[in-house]
Design a protein around this ligand. Structure first.
Ligand code: MN
Length: 260
């Protein structure tokens, strides 16, 4: 047992034994944003306004102000985002130890490439546990689908050319199980929302939002680079704004990954 585990981590970071992987998509005016059908109101994406750019408005400095929805780009859903979690935490109230926690990666990129409506089941998670060991207490399950490769192209990312969105996710029972029976604190996905594209038609609608946020747990969306993570053994760092009353926030997400 090292006498100072933080010193050991610093040494491993400097020596290459631990690598920091950025799981965040770039946030700009072209970042894809969820599109709800009528009659629901949609969120704006990011709009950046210049205040000065080393000019008469501020000769030695550049700065901007931002217009942005809470649920834009790589972002966190706080429990109060959903009606089932309305008595639970806003984003500013999330305990920091929930935001620095272990993660497992379930890779369904092959299945999702074949079927954009692919849904992960409880049996799939049981099979993952049989191979890799139990899910981590207080940790995150990250669902890799390969959807991050589409994130530069809103049409491909939302995949709604048929009139309704088609993207992979979790089935209803899996959502309930993750919320109520698993030891996890949250789920992360590469898609625009924590629910599958078709989940508006599930019972209940948007079951991951309903059950996971309703259980006081969290969701993170629009992740990148999950393909660089091992199935188990990563440490996830999720950093939302400490936004009072926030229902969510854009986040920077890192994974600390052991390298030999
Ligand atoms: Mn959201």
């Amino acid at each position: 047992m090292p006498e100072n585990p933080v010193a050991s981590l610093i040494e491993a970071l400097a020596g290459g034994g631990v690598e920091v992987i950025d799981l965040t998509q770039p946030l700009n005016e072209r970042t894809p944003v969820i599109q709800l059908p009528e009659p629901f109101v949609n969120t704006p994406g990011l709009k950046a306004h210049e205040i000065s750019h080393y000019d008469d408005r501020g000769p030695a400095w550049a700065w901007r102000w931002l217009e942005i929805g809470e649920h834009v780009g790589t972002h966190l859903d706080a429990p109060i985002h959903w009606i089932s979690g309305r008595e639970s935490l806003d984003v500013s109230e999330i305990p920091p130890h929930h935001l620095v926690a272990p993660a497992v990666v379930v890779d369904r990129s092959a299945e999702s490439a074949e079927d954009p409506d692919y849904l992960l089941t409880v049996d799939d998670i049981r099979a993952f546990e049989a191979e890799h060991g139990p899910l981590p207490e207080g940790g995150w399950l990250l669902l890799r689908t390969g959807w991050d490769a589409r994130a530069h192209d809103e049409a491909a990312f939302l995949n709604a050319s048929s009139g309704s969105p088609r993207s992979p996710g979790f089935d209803t029972e899996c959502a309930r199980w993750l919320a109520e029976e698993s030891p996890l604190i949250g789920v992360g996905v590469e898609t625009v929302g924590i629910d599958a594209g078709a989940a508006g038609g599930f019972d209940p609608p948007f079951p991951v939002h309903y059950f996971v946020l309703g259980a006081g747990k969290y969701g993170v969306t629009q992740l990148a680079n999950l393909g660089s993570l091992p199935p188990t053994g990563s440490l996830l760092v999720v950093a939302p704004l400490k936004l009072t009353d926030g229902t969510g926030s854009p986040v920077r997400v890192f994974a600390l990954v052991p390298r030999n």
